[in-house]
Design a protein around this ligand. Sequence first.
Ligand code: E4P
Length: 220
Amino acid sequence: MKFFVDTANIDEIRKADGWGVVDGVTTNPTLIGREGKEFEPTVKAICELMGDRPVSAEVVSTEAEGMLAEARVLAGWAGNIVVKIPMCKEGMKAVKILSQEGIKTNVTLTFSAGQGLIAAKAGATYCSPFVGRIDDAGSDGMVLVKQLCDIYSAYGYPTQIIVASVRQPGHVIQAACWGAHVATVPFKVLDNMFSHPLTDIGMERFLADWNKLQEELGKA
Ligand code: E4P
């Protein structure tokens, strides 16, 4: 399973990358806005940091023509750009054309299996079901991930599922059990995934026992 880090914060990306498990980055206008910096230099800096690993950057136009224009500019900024396009009719028109042009796309704001099926038919490189927002609305977002895994695998669609709007490690684990290709994970959730209280207790005990032995052997 690939892990993308879901942030536009360069320090977080650099730190998470140092842990050796980051396969890419996703951003959205909210995450970019949170940083309070210009869009273009922020995205370019993230792309540079990621090398050839994918970086999703989102269009803000609502008509296919505007989305296409934005997408072509974004794709010109770096070779690892993935253009994020919202799930809607205009968006899917744009995705179809971009896929024919060889520009990678990530269909965002996917909340139903029907939408995910349409994204795959349009030729999306990635499709992002928003599990946390579905949970927030009182349903089970992971049901959608399972449906998309089944549908894409049944028909051999090459579209990769990015489990998005992740709120906790359980979302990632369940998605991994079902074979989702990617989880895009907020920095804090990724950080949490490294930890377990029994690991901390075990490390303390091993170290204490080691130090005790050194003392006994007169080495300490
Ligand atoms: C990533 O591609 C999405 O934009 C992001 O995961 C949305 O997360 P949120 O629902 O926490 O805003």
